[in-house]
Design a protein around this ligand. Structure first.
Ligand SMILES: NC(=O)c1ccc[n+]([C@@H]2O[C@H](COP(=O)([O-])OP(=O)(O)OC[C@H]3O[C@@H](n4cnc5c(N)ncnc54)[C@H](OP(=O)(O)O)[C@@H]3O)[C@@H](O)[C@H]2O)c1
Length: 340
């Protein structure tokens, strides 16, 4: 491959990210990573980090590619290969031992166990290392992972829909449809499909009974990840969520209800029923009547049992829920959709 052209490198890096996005949510609080092996401008092997604890993309690719590695082959990967023994062996070992001679990477790994040492290890082994290529795109793509490693909390986006006069619902609190279909397609494609979880307060469930899925992106075939369902997280301190709520009727295993660790007798009965339905109920303390936002974020980003944590959260309302997040100061992005 006359491979030194930046556009070739960027195209291959883009492909790495497309593959990596297939692991969104399944990789838990880890990074989304894709890898491609390119020979004479053609991809001859590809893989991605499929789920929490599974082989990293480049190791998976090299384990399954049984062909000969040629000196001009380039291994592309959107995140610096790791060089430490974690849940899987170091990727640098797999790269060096398979005889790869050229590696192109997208961004340095902010995990302090790696942080440039993966690149150094490859260079010390005589491998030509090219990059970072498309660094800003790679960092934004993995902004949840970067946020967790740099700040210890997930990436947080607030999304609200308002009328031109600033209303989010009718005066009596009943549902007001604000966005049109084009806006719904956009937000399902670029917001919901790009976050690990969607979070709402229980009053929004009571009032609006949302599905909190990505149906508009799927319907228009705009998402590359089919049937993607982010975690649906409901803040519900006393478990008053209606049993007929859409988030409890469909895809229950993706629903997390965050509740108080000091439930009343009635609350405990409701908790047992939710457990029986396969809904995840997670408990934290109330502090002066509310959950502290850092407690919520720690709960949601920490792996436990078969929940592997999340790294990005879309906070969809309503007002009281937004207020809690705003006053915490933990907001990275804010999107206002203005309806007619
Ligand atoms: N236009 C939009 O973008 C949009 C989006 C969503 C909702 N809405 C509208 O917003 C209205 C609902 O908003 P809202 O402000 O009344 O309610 P909300 O934010 O949906 O839910 C508030 C409730 O959730 C629980 N909660 C939220 N944050 C908590 C925290 N930090 N700690 C503990 N519990 C917490 C509490 O439940 P308890 O009361 O049980 O303590 C709280 O009263 C509806 O009219 C809906 O149509 C509009």
């Amino acid at each position: 491959m006359n491979s030194s052209s930046i556009s070739d490198h960027e195209t291959s890096m883009q492909r790495c990210m497309e593959l990596a996005s297939r692991g969104r949510k399944n990789v838990g609080n880890g990074a989304m990573v894709g890898a491609v092996l390119v020979r004479e401008n053609k991809i001859i092997a590809q893989d991605w980090h499929r789920e929490f604890g599974s082989a990293h993309a480049e190791s998976g690719l090299l384990n399954s590619f049984t062909g000969r590695i040629e000196p001009e082959d380039i291994l592309y990967v959107n995140l610096e290969p790791c060089c430490h023994q974690g849940k899987t062996p170091p990727c640098t070992y797999a790269v060096i031992s398979r005889g790869i001679k050229r590696v192109c990477f997208g961004m340095l790994d902010p995990d302090e166990r790696v942080a440039g040492k993966g690149i150094e290890t490859l260079r010390s082994a005589g491998i030509e290392v090219i990059g970072p290529i498309a660094r800003a795109s790679c960092e934004y793509f993995n902004r949840g992972y970067v946020s967790l490693r740099r700040t210890g909390r997930p990436w947080i986006t607030i999304k609200e829909a308002r009328t031109r006069s600033g209303m989010i619902s009718h005066d009596d609190g009943s549902t007001l449809k604000i966005t049109d279909e084009e806006q719904d397609v956009w937000s399902h494609t670029f917001l919901r499909s790009c976050h690990d979880g969607i979070l709402v307060g229980v009053e929004t469930i009571v009032r609006d009974n949302p599905f909190l899925n990505t149906r508009f992106a799927q319907r228009n075939d705009l998402t590359k990840v089919k049937n993607y369902q982010p975690w649906r997280i409901i803040l519900d301190p006393s478990l008053r969520i209606p049993t007929s709520a859409n988030v409890l009727m469909h895809s229950r295993g993706d629903t997390i209800v965050v509740t108080s660790d000091a439930l009343s007798e009635g609350g405990r009965v409701a908790e047992d029923a939710l457990h029986d339905w396969g809904v995840r109920v997670m408990q934290i303390p109330l502090r002066e009547g509310s959950f502290a936002i850092p407690d919520i974020l720690r709960l949601l980003s920490t792996p436990r049992d078969d929940f592997h944590g999340l790294s990005s959260l879309l906070v969809e309302g309503g007002e009281r829920t937004w207020k809690g997040f705003r006053s915490s100061g933990f907001i990275d992005e804010m999107v206002s959709l203005i309806g007619a």
